[in-house]
Design a binder for this molecule. Structure first.
Ligand code: HEM
Length: 504
C-alpha cells in the first residue's frame, strides 16, 4: 500500500515537473538549424564536410551550433535532431516508447519489406523492422541469445577459431615481423568465421582460405559489398526511392545473394539436425532453438547476426589491438593478468577462466570509449520531450552523437589517455581516474533498453577470447602514424593495420 502510494506520488511529481519543463521550453522552431543550402554545398567537392569522417562532421556541428542542432530533411531523407549531451541522451531514450524505433539502413528495410514479403510478413527483422513485428521476433530471440549459458556453449569453437587466427598471424608476418597491409581482411574473416559457427552452425573455412564452397566465398564478398556500398544510400538524397539507379540495382543483387546463401545454410542445418541428435545434458544451440519456433525466425535472425555481427566485432578488436600496441605498459599489465589465468600459449580457454580477467574487460571498455565502433545511438521519440531547453515533439528523429561526451574531461579525467584503470572497481589505483559526475548515458557502446544490441554477449565472448589468445602469444607494436577511421554502418579502420608482432 505504502509502496503504491509513494510510486503514484513520484509519478505525479514527475509529470508536474515535466509539464513545467515543457511550459518553460523554447519552441522547436528556435533550435539552431543547419540550412539546406549549407549542407548541400558543404558536401560538394571543396565543401567543408566533403570527404570528412562522421566524427569530424559531428565535431564541426557541435562547435558551430552547440549541444543541439536540426539537420534538414533533403530528397526523401527525414529531418534529424543531433544532440551531443548525455543528459539529453537519457531523456531521448526514456521517451522511446514500448516499441523503440532506431531508423537506418533504408534500402535493406525496403528490400525485405517490399521485395521479400514471403519471409518478412509474420516476423520482423531485429535490424530493420519496427513496432509489433520487431517485438514478436525480439521476444523470441531475447531468451535464446541473451542467456550466459547459451553463449558459454560456443566458447570452445570461438577459441578454436581465435587460435587459427594466431597461427595465421605467425604465417603471414613479413621479414620485419609485421602484419600485411590487408590484415583487416583477416580480422573480418575471423569475425565472419566466428559468427557463422553461431548463426548457421557451419565452419565456412574462410579464415584459413581452405574453402571449396562457392557460397562461403560469395558470402564474404557480398557482406563486404553491403558494408561498402550500403552506406552510400543512407543519410544522403534518396534518389532510389523515385528511380532505380544502376548502383541501387547492384545493391539489390547483393541482398538477393545474401538471402539465398543464408537460406541454403539454414536448409543444410535443418537436414543435419534430422540425423544429429543433441547429446544428453548438452545445451541446445541458438539455431536449433530458433528452428523449433519457426523456420523464418531462424532464417531472419541468422541473416541479422551475419549482417550486424561481422564488421562491428572485427573493427572493435582492431581498435583494441591498436590501442594496446600504442600503450606498451598497459599491454604488459594485461599480459600478466592473462598469463596468471592462462599460463600456456595454447591452452584451451573456458568460460570459468574468462570470469577472472577484470583488466581485460577494462581494456575493452576503454577502447570502446576512445575509438567507438558505434559513434552514437538513434531513436524516434514516442512522446514530446525537452532537449537542451527546447520542446521536441513526438516522432522526431534524434541522433545521439557520443564522441563529445566520450572525451569529456568532466566524465573521463585526461580523456585523451588510454587508461583502462578508470573502469576497474573502486581502488586506490582506479579512483583517481573516475569522476563523481559521470553519467552512464555517456557510454553506451551497445545501445540502451529493449532495442539494445542483441549480440552483446556474443561480441564480448569473441573479443575477450581472441584478444587473450593474441596477447598471450605476441607482443604488439605500432611503428606508424595514427590510424584513420572511416564511418560506414560502423566505424572501421581506414589504414593498413601493420602491427609488428614478436613471440612472447
Ligand atoms: C563490438 C561489437 C558490437 C557493437 C559495438 C555493437 C553495437 C550495437 C549497437 C549500438 C546497436 C544499436 C542498439 C540500440 O539501438 O540501442 C546494435 C544493435 C544490434 N546488434 Fe550489435 N554490436 C556489436 C556486435 C554485434 C554482434 C556480434 C551481433 C550478432 C551476433 C550483433 C547484432 C545486433 C543486432 C541484431 C542488433 C539490432 C537489435 C534490435 O534492434 O533489436 N551486434 N549493436
Amino acid at each position: 500500500m505504502f509502496i503504491r502510494q509513494s510510486l503514484s506520488t513520484t509519478r505525479r511529481l514527475f509529470s508536474t515537473n515535466f509539464a513545467n519543463e515543457l511550459q518553460e521550453a523554447k519552441p522547436f522552431s528556435q533550435i539552431p538549424k543547419i540550412s539546406a543550402l549549407k549542407l548541400v554545398m558543404g558536401n560538394l567537392p571543396g565543401g567543408k564536410y566533403y570527404k570528412k569522417s562522421i566524427k569530424d562532421i559531428q565535431d564541426m556541428f557541435y562547435k558551430e551550433y552547440g549541444c543541439i542542432v536540426k539537420m534538414p530533411g533533403l530528397f526523401g531523407q527525414p529531418e534529424m535532431i543531433f544532440t551531443f549531451n548525455a543528459d539529453d541522451f537519457e531523456k531521448a531514450f526514456r521517451a522511446e516508447g514500448i516499441w523503440p524505433v532506431r531508423f537506418g539502413i533504408e534500402t535493406l528495410k525496403h528490400y525485405r519489406e517490399t521485395m521479400r514479403p514471403e519471409i518478412y510478413t509474420e516476423f520482423g527483422s531485429l535490424g530493420t523492422s519496427d513496432g509489433q513485428k520487431w517485438q514478436t521476433t525480439r521476444t523470441i530471440v531475447n531468451p535464446i541469445m541473451m542467456q550466459p549459458k547459451t553463449v558459454k556453449f560456443y566458447t570452445q569453437q570461438i577459441d578454436e577459431i581465435a587460435k587459427e587466427l594466431v597461427e595465421i598471424m605467425r604465417n603471414i608476418k613479413n621479414d620485419k615481423n609485421e602484419m600485411p597491409g590487408n590484415f583487416s581482411d583477416y580480422l573480418n574473416r575471423w569475425s565472419l568465421e566466428s559468427i557463422a559457427t553461431i548463426a548457421v552452425e557451419k565452419r565456412l573455412n574462410v579464415l584459413s582460405g581452405k574453402t571449396d564452397d562457392e557460397n562461403s566465398k560469395k558470402l564474404i564478398k557480398v557482406i563486404r559489398q553491403f558494408f561498402e556500398q550500403g552506406p552510400e544510400f543512407e543519410g544522403k538524397p534518396s534518389i532510389w526511392k523515385y528511380y532505380e539507379t544502376k548502383d541501387f540495382k547492384n545493391l539489390i543483387e547483393v541482398y538477393d545473394t545474401m538471402t539465398s546463401i543464408v537460406f541454403n545454410y539454414v536448409n543444410e542445418a535443418i537436414k543435419r539436425f534430422e540425423t544429429e541428435e543433441v547429446k544428453e545434458g548438452q545445451e541446445e544451440s541458438i539455431l536449433r532453438k530458433l528452428l523449433k519456433v519457426n523456420k523464418n525466425v531462424a532464417f531472419i535472425t541468422a541473416s541479422d547476426l551475419l549482417i550486424a555481427g561481422v564488421d562491428t566485432t572485427a573493427s572493435g578488436v582492431t581498435f583494441i589491438l591498436y590501442l594496446l600496441a600504442k600503450n606498451p605498459e598497459k599491454q604488459e599489465k594485461l599480459r600478466s593478468e592473462i598469463l596468471k589465468i592462462l599460463p600456456e600459449k595454447n591452452s584451451q580457454i573456458d568460460s570459468e577462466k574468462m570470469k577472472n580477467l577484470p583488466y581485460l574487460r577494462a581494456v575493452i571498455k576503454e577502447s570502446f570509449r576512445m575509438l567507438p565502433v558505434a559513434g552514437g545511438n538513434a531513436r524516434k521519440v514516442a512522446k514530446d520531450v525537452v532537449l537542451a531547453g527546447y520542446h521536441v515533439p513526438k516522432d522526431s528523429l534524434i541522433v545521439m552523437s557520443a564522441y563529445n561526451e566520450l572525451s569529456n574531461p568532466k566524465f573521463y579525467p585526461e580523456p585523451k589517455k588510454f587508461i583502462p584503470e578508470r573502469w576497474l572497481r573502486e581502488s586506490k589505483e582506479s579512483d583517481q581516474w573516475k569522476s563523481k559526475e559521470n553519467n552512464p548515458f555517456s557510454f553506451l557502446p551497445f545501445g540502451f533498453g529493449a532495442r539494445s544490441c542483441v549480440g552483446k554477449r556474443i561480441a564480448e565472448l569473441e573479443t575477450e577470447v581472441v584478444v587473450s589468445n593474441i596477447i598471450r602469444n605476441f607482443k604488439l607494436e605500432w611503428d606508424y602514424p595514427d590510424i584513420k577511421i572511416k564511418g560506414l554502418f560502423a566505424n572501421i579502420p581506414d589504414s593498413e593495420m601493420r602491427f609488428k608482432i614478436t613471440e612472447t
